[in-house]
Design a protein around this ligand. Structure first.
Ligand SMILES: *Cc1c(COP(=O)(O)O)cnc(C)c1O
Length: 409
């Protein structure tokens, strides 16, 4: 047997990491972390002092009661590892929330799991439920973490396109994408980046396909309380769905606390146990003092949830009007933090190029929709850009005024 020097070993090991991470699409050709357009655009916003409508984080704090509950929990010494499944007070609040808003009865002790944001819920679910070579179906464009996590799990990512103007899927394309090779169908509703909300008929078809092909449905409902007229329908409430659905959400978007990273999932007990087996080796636990605070948030009266939706709808309207006046073709979103605009009428066929020039042209930052697409489908979405409206109304008005000065094609 040949012995290699420590330096060789280091080189070989890092080479292996590079190969696997690159295989999952996480490393660029030169071995650096694949440059995220989000990081590039946020850096551009800082450098040019442009209004950042790129990354989707609110510029105002969440409810004072929730913030105070976290301070109190820290003072009360809730600063050590919480139980693996989550603080009982939060597990109970999640179960009450599912009952109050959706009529879903879930057992807080066995059918709920607290996670480090929706992101860890997605990661643990995907890693727990797929084998290398299994297919995972998502819509496209898709939240960027899906592609990375499916790659990490060795899965094969199949997508169903969502196209302007309404970004609803073609149901025959959905039928064609789900086969006996499909292990998971991931449904992000309300949808980031398009703002689409899927009607009951689409969700029913997903349940039917999951049954026919013995797939598990994974939902990402982080914008569940941010819909504008169209009601949010959790797939788990449809007949025959609960038994094969993992329902994922998070406090980040609902309470404007994206940095707290308190998420959760609910599913039948056996599925939760399988996911917990992975989750225990990802973070084990997180956010001890923030968990009871998010429980306070989930128990807030109905009026809180109605108000955040109405306020977000107003913000959407302000930015939608501004983008239309500036000359963009827009799709009016039915939910989420985001609006998709087509830059073609302004003479831009490449949204990424527009985003790189927008700080200089209008003092605004956005992100191209191609950041949410697989390489093979990027061309179809090239002229589209995403703007976030989860910002103060005055800021959206200022951005609108600046965008109005864009030269017309
Ligand atoms: C923000 C977001 C997430 C991440 O949620 P965290 O709770 O911050 O991990 C997941 N999915 C979608 C669609 C999002 O927009």
């Amino acid at each position: 047997m040949q012995h290699s020097s420590p330096a060789d070993q280091t080189r070989n090991i890092s080479g292996a990491w590079r190969r696997t991470a690159r295989g999952a699409g996480l490393l660029a050709e030169d071995g650096s972390v694949a440059a995220s357009i989000f990081a590039e655009m946020s850096a551009l916003a800082v450098r040019t002092q442009a209004i950042n409508l790129g990354q989707g984080f609110p510029d105002e704090d969440g409810p004072a009661l929730v913030l105070e509950a976290a301070r109190q929990a820290i003072s009360d010494g809730m600063n050590q590892y919480p139980p693996g499944r989550g603080q009982p007070v939060l597990l109970g609040a999640i179960a009450r929330h599912q009952q109050r808003f959706y009529g879903l009865t879930v057992d807080p002790g066995s059918e709920v799991l607290v996670t480090a944001g929706a992101t860890e819920a997605l990661a643990a679910t995907i890693l727990a439920l797929i084998e290398p070579g299994d297919e995972v179906v998502t819509f496209e464009p898709f939240y960027d973490a899906y592609g990375g996590l499916i790659g990490l799990g060795g899965g094969i990512h199949r997508t169903v396109p969502l196209r302007a103007p309404d970004f609803q899927p073609d149901l025959d394309a959905l039928r064609a994408a789900v086969t006996d090779r499909t292990r998971l169908i991931i449904v992000n509703d309300p949808h980031n980046p398009t703002g689409a909300v899927f009607p009951r008929a689409t969700l029913e078809l997903i349940v039917e396909l999951a049954h026919r092909h013995d797939a598990i449905i994974v939902t990402d409902e982080v914008y569940e309380h941010l819909t504008f007229g169209a009601p949010h329908i959790p797939i788990a409430t449809l007949p025959g769905a609960w038994e094969r659905t993992v329902t994922i959400s998070s406090g980040g978007k609902t309470f404007s606390l994206t940095g707290w990273k308190v998420g959760w999932l609910s599913a039948p007990a056996a599925i939760v146990t399988a996911i917990l087996a992975v989750k225990q080796f990802l973070t084990y636990v997180n956010a001890a003092p923030f968990q009871p605070a998010i429980a306070v948030g989930l128990d807030l009266p109905d009026a809180y949830f109605a108000t955040i939706a109405a306020e977000m709808q107003h913000k959407r309207d302000v930015l939608a009007t501004g983008l239309q006046r500036a000359g963009f073709d827009i799709s009016v979103p039915q939910g989420s933090y985001f609006i998709v605009a087509d830059a073609t009428p302004l003479g831009f066929s490449d949204g990424a190029e527009l985003c790189r020039r927008l700080p200089e042209l209008a003092g605004v930052v956005a992100v191209p929709i191609t950041a949410f697409c697989s390489p093979t489908h990027r061309a179809e979405y090239a002229p589209l850009v995403r703007f976030a409206y989860c910002k103060k109304v005055e800021l959206l008005e200022q951005a609108s005024a600046q965008l109005a000065a864009l030269p017309r094609a």
